[in-house]
Design a binder for this molecule. Sequence first.
Ligand SMILES: Nc1ncnc2c1ncn2[C@@H]1O[C@H](COP(=O)(O)OP(=O)(O)OP(=O)(O)O)[C@@H](O)[C@H]1O
Length: 969
Amino acid sequence: MASRHRNASPAAEPSGKDSPHRGSPTMASSSPRRAGESPLGAPAAPLLDAAEAKESVTVTVRFRPLSPREVRLGEEIAWYADGDTTVRSEQNQSIAYAYDRVFGPTTTTRHVYDAAALHVVGGAMDGINGTIFAYGVTSSGKTHTMHGDQISPGIIPLAVKDAFSIIQETPNREFLLRVSYLEIYNEVVNDLLNPSGQNLRIREDLQGTFVEGIKEEVVLSPAHALSLIAAGEEHRHVGSTNFNLLSSRSHTIFTLTIESSPCGESSEGEAVTFSQLNLIDLAGSESSRAETTGVRRKEGSYINKSLLTLGTVISKLTDGKATHVPFRDSKLTRLLQSSLSGQGRVSLICTVTPASSNSEETHNTLKFAHRAKHIEIQALQNKIMDEKSLIKKYQNEIRQLKEELDQLKRGILSGTPLKDPTEDNAILWKQKLEDGNVKLQSRLEQEEEAKAALLARIHRLTKLILVSTKATQTPRLSQRPGPRRRHSFGEEELTCLPHRRRDMVLNGESNDLFVPMEGFDETLEVSSKGEKKNRKGLLNWFKLRKHDGGSAALTSSDGDQSSLRKAFTAPSTPLGNGLNFQTEQGMSDPLVPEDASCDLLSVDHEEFHSDGLRGEAPLVSRKTTDHVDLLREQLKILSGEVALHTSVLKRLMEEAGRSTMNGHIEKVNNEIKEKQWQIANLEREIKGKLDQLEHPLSQAELLEQLNEKAFELEVKTADNRILQDQLQQKASECQKLQETVAHLQEQLSQALEANDLLSESIIFQQNTDMNLQTRSQVHKENPASTDISDELHQKARQSEINDLKQRLCELTEAKAKLETRNQKLLEESMYAKGLASAAGIELKALSGEVTKLMNHNERLESELASARNSTQRRVNNAQRVGSRDSITKRHEAASRRHVHASYEREQALEAILMEKDQREAELQKKIEESKQKEAFLEGELANMWVLVAKLKKSQGVGQDGMGTKLDGS
Ligand SMILES: Nc1ncnc2c1ncn2[C@@H]1O[C@H](COP(=O)(O)OP(=O)(O)OP(=O)(O)O)[C@@H](O)[C@H]1O
């Protein structure tokens, strides 16, 4: 099977006319095409005329209700649905946008589906590519709309079910459906149906873009398709954000590829319609208000970037003048290129929240939706050449194999002993019959293997091609009812869903009708407990059933058993060559009991199960699977034998009326019973093996949990990295501080050590002196006794002396150090003293100068005063001797000159005085400064003296201690 996901790429030239479902050029949703309106029943499928097929993107807006959190926070309504087509701003009533349809917060997804998706799904079944995507900010309800939940199924399950319903309503066409499911996470394409398919490449060829190496699964029923989605959802990236506990962190694209051709012999030479239906759940754009960190922030930026590109692409597409559309700027737009370029129907469902806190984001979404409305699309039907069609390939192969089988059967039946019933000799006849039967048996044995292989192959291929179970070949168009179909196709598959919900899914009833069944409550409880683990959506239910109820269901009623097996299993590839004998579907086979061919999907369960397990649980023990296959093989051979004997029995019964064949009939009957008993035994064994196969399922489950945990770990690791960075910063700061402390401590210990050494040396000196004094005293008093003690303590002394010498060395060293230090201190103190005395001398000189200046000043002032007095006296004298004019005049001139000179002198003296004042002030300032300097130096000196005093004091204490010690010894 082709292992590539092609994005909506028409492969053949559109041609033909008179389509009964011409798209409306303006509002596609105004006349949504019902699934039952397909023209596929017509022998030659009519195609749309390109001009007539022009439509615009269907744009719908769906409001979600205020969330409990928003209600709690007292959020107000910022936008609301004003009628069926308008969204209006609450704050500014003049701001309003019109769309194809607008849904209020109470609308069910079924209604949204009818307006926004039904015509796209119907079109896809008719060969017109379709894309439906949900767009909106985070937590606005995209996943709720696309996937739904246990109560209200979303667009994807509804579309899948509708697709199968359409097949059922189209008895004159054969379909082949396959699905793929991918996600775009951080701009990386991952295959959700195949966990090993990571980081897939997007390629391009003449027909458009496609994902290289993506897995495609042929699907056989709605439940089968939904179980695949459920399995895929397990691998999707989901995480908690500030706004959504289970926020989708990736865009997902679920693609249903549909091939169809006319049924039976008439299909030869007929073109096959080929289309793709893309159902897209986008990740939500995140507002800048979201306080995210680490992995979430990275995801958010990728999401926003790709959505921004989507917005730009849509703007460019709707702007007639744009020459370049940046499809290549993101993986999302690259994959959507064909759809957005207008090849096929597009439906955009914008989900919004009415909350005022999100008013701006909602406005942006509305603007985006408004722009998208102007993209032009063409609802053209795709046809592909026979050789490119998978369905054609299968059909041809089936035809060939059938012919081979017919030949084989003819060969077998030609050896049957049923010759001449009119023979008289009953014994001879009986003998012949028995001989013939033996021959038949041996031939049957020889050829059974070949036949079984052929049948298995035919069956495998046939079962992949879906046909309606309706016998009638009446044209589908007239037969198909409206969108609310009530038929049985697919109901078998839905027995694994609660029947109420199944009804709702099929009949579109409202949520109110949902009444959980017994056991379903449990499922819901499990779901809420392990909400995150189980992800969101209706599909979750399949997963839960798979994990929780698989084995129980297998042992329950037949109906449940079969449907459940089908729901969880699928052939991983349609070309697999298992030797699975199955009753042929839709064919009349004389070896098969007639009722076995009555229902397309009711006979393949065991085989589905086996295949599915291979596909979905790789950990299944090969040995066990092989054993089950072997048992199945035996079962099929026995079924074949039973069929054969039944057929022989039938014929014998006919003869029985005319001859006495009772003995033989009885024998054949017994054989049949025996074979049936063997079949029952084998079935039991298979059931047992299937139970054993459950174990790997739990292993698979563990693996999935492991993956999930790994992802959580990834998130935590990223957060941890940030914390570690911060921690490292703090640690380096701390280290610096510690280094400073250590340095200070070292300095302190050095100082203390020096002090200790000094003390010790002093003490030692004093002790030595004291000892010598005492000894000389004793020697003087009693020379004899000292001689004895000298001899006794000679050795001890010697060692003591050595020790002391060593210590003396040490102390000398320490003393030298201390002396150097002392010297330094002394130098410093001398320098300080010098400074102080210099300052004192300067001060003295200054004060002397000041005194001199003051004296000089006084003298000058006295001179000035005397000069003034003498002038005054002369003036007075001149006034008194006024009679003598000449004298007076002479005196006056002289006195004037004198006054003037005095005045000038006075001026000069005053200038000198001012200068002196200034100088005095300056000197005063200098004196102040010198005084301050002196005070500072005095302080320094005092400190030094204090230090010296301390040192002395400590030396004194040390001496005392040492003295006491020596005295004691
Ligand atoms: N129409 C609705 N009716 C009732 N509940 C809704 C509706 N739409 C959304 N919700 C609820 O709102 C919550 C968020 O919805 P959902 O997860 O679908 O948002 P989202 O847009 O997919 O978010 P994200 O982009 O983060 O994945 C869910 O609990 C969902 O059940």
